[in-house]
Write a protein that binds this ligand. Structure first.
Ligand code: PHE
Length: 336
């Protein structure tokens, strides 16, 4: 019997070492170590052997089993590690996985671009509270409590005269109250309105407003600075249109449009077939505003303008729904 075991061992070693695929190895395992293998039968038949033979045969069976098990394991490892083999192997030809790198929100990137342009035009950045009072958000801006202009600026009222600011104009009031001219600031930030959200309105959005006050500031300077700003933003060939408008805090006031970038003025869905897209409101600071902050309107003049940052971002990347910017959906944010 020992002789037969030795032969078996030689055969099994050759089969394990020679296996060139996982299935060949599995076949060899069943043949030499499986439940019905000769080795297993020998091991089960040990009890029938005479006492003196049993001990030596038992030891031989165990040694071979251990040796073959080790060889089987080594062969399995060899096949898994090598090229062109069985299932579950890593595919080394796949491209690597890039780590997720965070980046700034598209509104933040647009804001920073605008800030950079206005910095080169001599404007510094001013900020103020989001929870405002009635005076800074409305009264000082020549929007009295009974004035229909308040309808356009419905907001979220807190206690007493506290409310969420509807524009960043109160920052301009606060700056005028705390400083003397000349003043040349932009006031960017989040603003709030009680709007029913749709593709072009949100109850929160971002504005950037500008203010320049000094002796002898004229409307032509306002036109010049906005033309320059839009040229920096969209390229010098941009076509700008100044259209009469109304704001309680500026007089005269203007709406500033650019020729539609999508259809080049032909008329399309984006410009609602007008060929123009409204980008800014602007005008000369109303004397009533100067009175509210204690400036002499006979000494100082100035201009102000305001734009929606979300809208600029939408125009630049062709996004058609403002709500996408405020939903925090990474599938969207990683594209724009
Ligand atoms: N504050 C205005 C608004 O939110 C924007 C604006 C600012 C218009 C300055 C004209 C001048 O509607």
């Amino acid at each position: 019997m020992i002789e037969r075991l030795k032969e078996l061992r030689v055969e099994a070693v050759a089969a394990f070492e020679g296996a060139s695929s996982a299935s060949e190895l599995e076949e060899a395992r069943v043949r030499y170590l499986g439940r019905k293998s000769e080795l297993n039968q020998a091991s089960r038949g040990l009890g029938k052997l005479p006492e003196d033979e049993r001990r030596a045969a038992g030891r031989a069976v165990n040694e071979i089993k251990q040796e073959l098990s080790a060889l089987l394991e080594a062969a399995a490892e060899r096949l898994a590690g090598g090229a062109g083999g069985g299932a579950g192997e890593p595919d080394l030809t796949l491209p690597g996985r890039l780590p997720w790198v965070g980046r700034k929100h598209p509104i933040t990137r647009t804001l920073e671009r605008l800030e950079t342009i206005f910095a080169t035009l001599g404007f510094e950045v001013a900020t103020g509270p989001h929870i405002e009072d009635d005076f800074h958000n409305f009264e000082a801006l020549n929007i009295p409590a009974d004035h229909p202009a308040r309808d356009m600026h419905d907001t979220f009222y807190i206690e007493g005269d506290k409310l969420l600011r509807t524009h960043t104009s109160p920052v301009q009031i606060r700056t005028m109250q705390s400083r003397k001219p000349p003043i040349r600031i932009i006031a960017p930030g989040r603003v709030y309105r009680n709007e029913t959200p749709d593709a072009s309105h949100g109850s929160e959005f971002y504005q950037l407003e500008g203010l320049y006050i000094d002796k002898g500031v004229r409307f032509g300077e306002l036109m010049g600075v906005l033309q320059k700003f839009l040229g920096e933003l969209y390229g010098q060939e941009v076509v700008v249109r100044f259209r009469p408008g109304f704001f309680p805090f500026t007089e005269p006031s203007t709406e500033v449009d650019i020729e539609c970038r999508i259809c080049r003025g032909e008329g399309c869905g984006v410009c609602k077939n007008t060929g123009w897209v409204e980008l800014l409101g602007a005008g000369m600071v109303d004397p009533r505003v100067f009175e509210a902050v204690g400036y002499d309107p006979d000494v100082y003049t100035g201009y102000a303008f305001g734009l929606g940052i979300d809208r600029i971002a939408m125009m630049m990347s062709g996004v058609s729904d403002i709500r996408l910017y405020h939903e925090n959906d990474l599938r969207f944010l990683r594209q724009v």
